[in-house]
Design a protein around this ligand. Structure first.
Ligand code: FE2
Ligand code: FE2
Length: 172
Protein backbone atom coordinates (compact mmCIF):
# COMPACT_ATOMS: atom_id res chain seq x y z
CA UNK A 1 0.00 0.00 0.00
CA UNK A 2 1.45 3.30 -1.02
CA UNK A 3 1.38 6.09 1.44
CA UNK A 4 0.51 9.58 0.29
CA UNK A 5 3.24 12.03 1.13
CA UNK A 6 1.72 15.22 2.46
CA UNK A 7 3.41 18.42 1.53
CA UNK A 8 3.43 20.56 4.65
CA UNK A 9 4.90 23.69 3.11
CA UNK A 10 1.67 25.33 1.83
CA UNK A 11 0.20 25.17 5.32
CA UNK A 12 3.47 26.21 6.92
CA UNK A 13 3.58 29.29 4.67
CA UNK A 14 0.13 30.31 5.98
CA UNK A 15 1.24 29.77 9.57
CA UNK A 16 4.49 31.66 8.99
CA UNK A 17 2.52 34.55 7.49
CA UNK A 18 0.31 34.66 10.55
CA UNK A 19 3.24 34.43 12.96
CA UNK A 20 5.41 37.04 11.23
CA UNK A 21 2.41 39.38 10.89
CA UNK A 22 2.01 39.15 14.66
CA UNK A 23 5.71 39.83 15.17
CA UNK A 24 5.41 42.88 12.92
CA UNK A 25 2.57 44.31 15.07
CA UNK A 26 4.21 43.33 18.37
CA UNK A 27 7.45 45.09 17.46
CA UNK A 28 5.54 48.22 16.42
CA UNK A 29 3.79 48.27 19.84
CA UNK A 30 7.10 47.65 21.63
CA UNK A 31 8.76 50.48 19.67
CA UNK A 32 6.04 52.88 20.81
CA UNK A 33 6.47 51.77 24.44
CA UNK A 34 10.28 52.08 24.28
CA UNK A 35 9.82 55.59 22.85
CA UNK A 36 7.52 56.50 25.77
CA UNK A 37 10.07 55.14 28.25
CA UNK A 38 12.81 57.26 26.66
CA UNK A 39 14.73 54.40 25.00
CA UNK A 40 15.00 56.05 21.59
CA UNK A 41 17.55 53.64 20.16
CA UNK A 42 15.74 50.53 21.45
CA UNK A 43 12.61 51.97 19.83
CA UNK A 44 14.51 52.26 16.57
CA UNK A 45 15.69 48.67 16.82
CA UNK A 46 12.10 47.49 17.34
CA UNK A 47 10.96 49.56 14.36
CA UNK A 48 13.69 47.92 12.24
CA UNK A 49 12.48 44.49 13.38
CA UNK A 50 8.90 45.44 12.55
CA UNK A 51 9.97 46.37 9.01
CA UNK A 52 11.94 43.15 8.71
CA UNK A 53 9.00 41.00 9.85
CA UNK A 54 6.87 42.82 7.32
CA UNK A 55 9.27 41.65 4.59
CA UNK A 56 8.96 38.07 5.86
CA UNK A 57 5.16 38.24 6.08
CA UNK A 58 5.06 39.57 2.51
CA UNK A 59 7.36 36.79 1.26
CA UNK A 60 5.21 34.06 2.87
CA UNK A 61 1.94 35.63 1.72
CA UNK A 62 3.00 35.94 -1.91
CA UNK A 63 3.96 32.27 -1.96
CA UNK A 64 0.67 30.85 -0.73
CA UNK A 65 -1.80 33.42 -1.98
CA UNK A 66 -0.27 35.60 -4.60
CA UNK A 67 -1.33 39.22 -4.71
CA UNK A 68 -4.51 39.22 -6.73
CA UNK A 69 -6.29 42.05 -8.56
CA UNK A 70 -7.91 44.86 -6.56
CA UNK A 71 -11.33 43.61 -7.58
CA UNK A 72 -10.54 40.14 -6.16
CA UNK A 73 -8.92 41.68 -3.10
CA UNK A 74 -12.08 43.70 -2.39
CA UNK A 75 -14.23 40.59 -2.83
CA UNK A 76 -12.05 38.53 -0.48
CA UNK A 77 -11.88 41.34 2.08
CA UNK A 78 -15.65 41.72 1.99
CA UNK A 79 -16.15 38.04 2.78
CA UNK A 80 -13.57 38.23 5.56
CA UNK A 81 -15.04 41.37 7.18
CA UNK A 82 -18.59 40.00 6.95
CA UNK A 83 -17.54 36.77 8.61
CA UNK A 84 -15.73 38.70 11.34
CA UNK A 85 -18.60 41.16 11.92
CA UNK A 86 -21.50 38.74 11.70
CA UNK A 87 -20.07 35.51 13.09
CA UNK A 88 -16.63 35.42 14.68
CA UNK A 89 -16.74 38.52 16.87
CA UNK A 90 -20.33 37.84 17.93
CA UNK A 91 -19.22 34.40 19.13
CA UNK A 92 -16.21 35.84 20.96
CA UNK A 93 -18.40 38.55 22.51
CA UNK A 94 -21.00 36.06 23.68
CA UNK A 95 -18.33 33.85 25.24
CA UNK A 96 -16.65 36.82 26.93
CA UNK A 97 -20.02 37.92 28.35
CA UNK A 98 -20.73 34.43 29.64
CA UNK A 99 -17.36 34.41 31.35
CA UNK A 100 -17.73 37.92 32.78
CA UNK A 101 -14.64 39.03 30.84
CA UNK A 102 -15.69 42.66 30.43
CA UNK A 103 -12.46 43.97 28.98
CA UNK A 104 -12.28 41.23 26.35
CA UNK A 105 -15.99 41.75 25.59
CA UNK A 106 -15.37 45.47 24.96
CA UNK A 107 -12.53 44.66 22.56
CA UNK A 108 -14.57 42.06 20.61
CA UNK A 109 -17.70 44.19 20.49
CA UNK A 110 -15.90 47.26 19.14
CA UNK A 111 -13.90 45.24 16.61
CA UNK A 112 -17.05 43.50 15.38
CA UNK A 113 -18.89 46.80 14.91
CA UNK A 114 -15.96 48.34 13.08
CA UNK A 115 -15.62 45.29 10.79
CA UNK A 116 -19.23 45.99 9.77
CA UNK A 117 -18.19 49.56 8.93
CA UNK A 118 -15.34 48.16 6.83
CA UNK A 119 -17.76 45.83 5.10
CA UNK A 120 -20.01 48.78 4.20
CA UNK A 121 -17.06 50.76 2.84
CA UNK A 122 -15.89 47.73 0.87
CA UNK A 123 -19.35 47.33 -0.66
CA UNK A 124 -19.04 50.87 -2.04
CA UNK A 125 -15.54 50.11 -3.32
CA UNK A 126 -16.82 46.93 -4.98
CA UNK A 127 -19.46 48.93 -6.89
CA UNK A 128 -16.90 51.46 -8.10
CA UNK A 129 -14.28 48.95 -9.13
CA UNK A 130 -16.82 46.69 -10.87
CA UNK A 131 -17.39 49.59 -13.28
CA UNK A 132 -13.62 50.20 -13.45
CA UNK A 133 -13.88 53.44 -11.46
CA UNK A 134 -11.85 54.51 -8.47
CA UNK A 135 -13.73 55.65 -5.35
CA UNK A 136 -14.65 59.34 -5.10
CA UNK A 137 -11.95 61.38 -3.39
CA UNK A 138 -12.50 61.52 0.37
CA UNK A 139 -10.40 61.66 3.52
CA UNK A 140 -10.49 58.78 6.00
CA UNK A 141 -10.30 59.23 9.75
CA UNK A 142 -9.61 56.39 12.19
CA UNK A 143 -10.56 56.36 15.88
CA UNK A 144 -7.48 55.44 17.89
CA UNK A 145 -9.67 53.94 20.63
CA UNK A 146 -11.89 51.54 18.67
CA UNK A 147 -10.61 51.68 15.08
CA UNK A 148 -13.84 53.16 13.71
CA UNK A 149 -13.17 54.26 10.14
CA UNK A 150 -15.08 57.25 8.81
CA UNK A 151 -15.11 59.23 5.58
CA UNK A 152 -14.81 63.00 5.06
CA UNK A 153 -14.43 64.31 8.62
CA UNK A 154 -14.07 63.11 12.19
CA UNK A 155 -17.35 63.11 14.14
CA UNK A 156 -17.81 65.08 17.37
CA UNK A 157 -18.16 61.81 19.29
CA UNK A 158 -17.21 58.38 17.97
CA UNK A 159 -20.57 56.62 17.40
CA UNK A 160 -19.00 53.26 18.21
CA UNK A 161 -16.97 53.95 21.36
CA UNK A 162 -17.90 57.47 22.49
CA UNK A 163 -14.35 58.85 22.17
CA UNK A 164 -14.08 62.60 21.40
CA UNK A 165 -13.12 64.03 18.00
CA UNK A 166 -9.49 64.38 19.12
CA UNK A 167 -9.20 60.56 19.20
CA UNK A 168 -9.48 60.50 15.41
CA UNK A 169 -6.44 60.74 13.18
CA UNK A 170 -6.41 61.44 9.48
CA UNK A 171 -5.06 58.68 7.27
CA UNK A 172 -2.20 60.02 5.14
FE1 FE2 B 1 -11.84 45.30 9.32
FE1 FE2 C 1 -14.11 54.94 18.49
Amino acid sequence: MSQKVLNKSPDNLKKAFSEDSQRNRRYAFYAKKAEEEGYKQVAKMFRAFAESENVHASNHFKRFSGIKSTSENIEGSLEDENLAAQTTFLKYLQEANQEGEESAAWSFEKAGKVEQVHSNLLTKAKESVSSKKDLPQVEYYVCNVCGNTVENSAPEICPICGAPRTAFFKVP
